[in-house]
Design a protein around this ligand. Structure first.
Ligand code: SPD
Length: 275
């Protein structure tokens, strides 16, 4: 079998990848969850018709969403991942010997179970005694844990349906409240071409909450527009991370130049965001 999976983002934009096999296809309590084997990108996880990650290009996403805030903080001890049930962010977080606890707050147990089965390349980070999975909504957990986390990674789906709240002012307030005073967060923050207005709203909101918010970007060919951005949210400047050595283990996307360059924005977007 060889079919094209097409993701239609807008009435004016769609993208497709070739699929060889459907590995899992189920309606969970929360969403339509699919695992497929693609022709070029290895296995992929799709939620409600949107590609979340592939084996081949997930590393740019996970290394960038994790290492930028982790390096800025230096020696983070307690880390929270909101979403992230596939385990890709967790794998990167656990590379830091300073991490004592990494809490993953994921709503859908099936995402965790099927990712463990299909993404062996993540090396089963759940088996690490520092990893703690909470299958619950992140809002309540953030509310109950003010000032608790050195780093928070918001590794979410797109702002559609139930995930829309994770891009709200209310969520950002709770997230910042759950950080330690010098802590740092990074959030999945969409695509400069298609989501300019949303990113601007989030940046404006982040500016009222912390001293040093900033937007940065990574190339991910299977995401719309070929990439995705992240909002860095902290009182600690992201540049502090440039002085911190990378943790043990292999980087496949980030290096010192990429770390710095990721914050350079195309002029149309820089003007829109920073004025
Ligand atoms: N447009 C797709 C964005 C998907 C972001 N979530 C990725 C989850 C990987 N852990």
């Amino acid at each position: 079998m060889s079919i094209w999976f097409t993701e239609e983002l807008h009435p004016y934009y769609r993208k497709g990848i070739r699929i060889n096999k459907i590995l899992a296809d189920e309606q969970t309590q929360f969403q339509h969850l699919q695992f497929v084997e693609t022709e070029f990108f290895g296995k992929a996880m799709i939620l409600d018709g949107i590609i979340q990650l592939t084996e081949r290009d997930n590393i740019g996403y996970h290394e960038m969403i994790v290492h930028v805030p982790m390096l800025a903080v230096g020696k983070p001890r307690r880390v929270l991942i909101v979403g992230g049930g596939d385990g890709g962010s967790l794998q990167q977080v656990l590379r830091y010997p300073s991490v004592e606890e990494a809490v993953v707050c994921e709503l859908d147990q099936r995402v965790v179970d099927l990712s463990r089965e299909h993404f062996a390349s993540f090396g089963d980070p759940w088996a690490d005694p520092r990893a703690k999975l909470l299958v619950r909504d992140a809002f309540g957990f953030l509310e109950e844990n003010p000032g608790q986390f050195d780093v928070i990674i918001s590794d979410t789906t797109d702002p559609i349906g139930m995930a829309e709240r994770l891009f709200s002012d209310e969520f950002y307030k709770l997230m910042v409240r759950a950080l330690t005073p010098t802590g740092a967060a990074a959030t999945q923050c969409e695509q400069p071409f298609f989501d300019t207005a949303l990113i601007k709203t989030i940046y404006q909101s982040a500016k009222t909450l912390v001293r040093n918010p900033a937007y940065y970007y990574a190339n991910i060919p299977t995401y719309p527009g070929g990439g995705i951005g992240f909002m860095y949210v902290s009182n600690t400047p992201w540049e502090n991370g440039l002085k911190t050595p990378f943790p043990p283990g292999v980087n496949n996307y980030i290096n010192a130049d990429i770390h710095k360059a990721a914050f350079a924005l195309p002029e149309f977007f820089r003007k829109e965001l920073y004025g």
